[in-house]
Design a protein around this ligand. Structure first.
Ligand SMILES: Nc1ncnc2c1ncn2[C@@H]1O[C@H](COP(=O)(O)OP(=O)(O)O)[C@@H](O)[C@H]1O
Ligand SMILES: [Mg+2]
Length: 357
């Protein structure tokens, strides 16, 4: 029996006995898979993959941290991301670590299994500590009135066993739809809650890594955290109701809708960014042919806050030459110069709008 004040060591392993192939779920799985497949195809075809992914990942890092009340403004974050050596708030640093953890996970799953060892590394990177699976009792999930709504399993051995079962389920060929499995895995990971902190963020990174691992994506471009923020009460309700009422169908439908809506939105967002890039490219080529180069356009689309040092680092010339390039783009109105402290930023306002809308 579930008691929210007692460690839930009886958390059942996956898959649940609940009906997971109802008409509603199958229908939603089809539309969500279709939207995701289109996003996958587009991401594979697009030029400048690294550039676009850089900017998308940063927004995910911000949104996923926001779910945990780690709040940063876009300006603060873009500045911090432009140079990790600059002073930044604790929150901005934490968001940048989320990005680092996600990138680490993405590189690692090409070489080793998506399993407990990697989950631990991801959580450690996010929290910048060397903690591991919980050894001490006392972790609980509370609501905003500080009432306990869930107490996760306790005992290191118990937690490790449950993680092992989860890994086996993730990699089993059981014929279940991968998106449905992702939803189940996310619940299960959060219910195990293996770490003292960072479980929400680690779990959301696992979602994307799982889709890449199962080849539903080749690049990390599906970021559900914006959807979660927009439907945050339902996210917490959904997790809670699985535990208390076995409400799996609603949870799975929630996650499938998140995948579908996010795929459609991201597809549109990438389309808009590529179109903007093309417009800017044409304009610069026509109105400032002396400074135009493909590299220059890519640099100013890598992230909205560009600096002379970026161009220098990309081997585009001396500081003076690089400065001339950016000043010229400022003169055209493509970039807006802004001096903040001792740094001069050249802001791509249109890109900024597309990334943050
Ligand atoms: N009732 C619940 N049952 C299981 N997991 C939950 C429940 N409510 C919230 N969660 C998960 O717990 C996460 C918060 O856990 P926490 O370890 O603090 O993560 P983070 O440090 O990333 O904030 C939420 O984002 C959510 O994924
Ligand atoms: Mg937390």
């Amino acid at each position: 029996m579930f008691d929210r004040n007692a460690p839930f060591n009886d958390l059942p392993p996956l898959p649940p006995t609940a009906e997971l192939e109802s008409k509603a779920i199958l229908k939603k799985a089809i539309t969500a898979s279709r939207a995701l497949a289109e996003l996958k195809g587009m991401a594979e075809r697009m030029p400048n993959q690294a550039m676009l992914i850089d900017s998308l990942v940063l927004q995910e890092a911000r949104a996923s941290s926001e779910i945990e009340n780690i709040l940063t403004t876009n300006d603060e974050l873009f500045k911090a991301a432009s140079d990790e050596a600059l002073p930044a708030s604790a929150e901005a640093k934490e968001v940048l670590r989320y990005r680092q953890a996600l990138n680490h996970g993405f590189r690692q799953i090409k070489e080793r299994p998506l399993a407990t060892g990697l989950f631990i590394e991801i959580a450690q990177l996010i929290k910048e500590t060397d903690f591991s699976v919980r050894r001490m009792p006392g972790t609980r999930i509370a609501n905003s009135q500080n009432e306990t709504i869930y107490t996760p399993p306790e005992g290191e051995a118990v937690i490790r066993d449950k993680l092992r079962e989860l890994e086996n389920f993730m990699h089993a060929d059981d014929g279940l739809d991968v998106l449905v499995k992702m939803a189940l895995v996310h619940y299960q990971f959060e219910a195990i809650h293996p770490f003292p902190d960072g479980n929400g963020r680690t779990g959301r990174i696992l979602n994307i890594l799982y889709l890449v691992d199962r080849s539903l994506l080749n690049l990390p471009v599906l970021y559900l955290s914006r959807y979660v923020i927009d439907h945050k009460a339902a996210y917490h309700e959904g997790l809670r109701r699985v535990t208390e009422e076995g409400a799996w169908a609603d949870w799975v439908l929630y996650m499938l809708d998140a995948v579908e809506q996010t795929s459609l939105r991201t597809h549109q967002q990438i389309t808009d960014i590529l179109a903007l890039m093309e417009t800017v490219r044409e304009r610069v080529q026509r109105e400032a042919p002396a400074v135009y180069s493909k590299d220059l356009i890519e640099q100013i689309f890598r992230q909205p806050y560009c600096k002379i040092a970026f161009l220098e680092r990309a081997g585009m010339g001396t500081r003076q030459t690089c400065s001339k390039y950016l000043r010229e783009l400022e003169r055209l109105g493509v970039l807006t110069g802004q001096k903040i402290g001792r740094e001069v930023y050249f802001i791509n306002q249109e890109l900024y709008k597309l990334l943050t809308r």
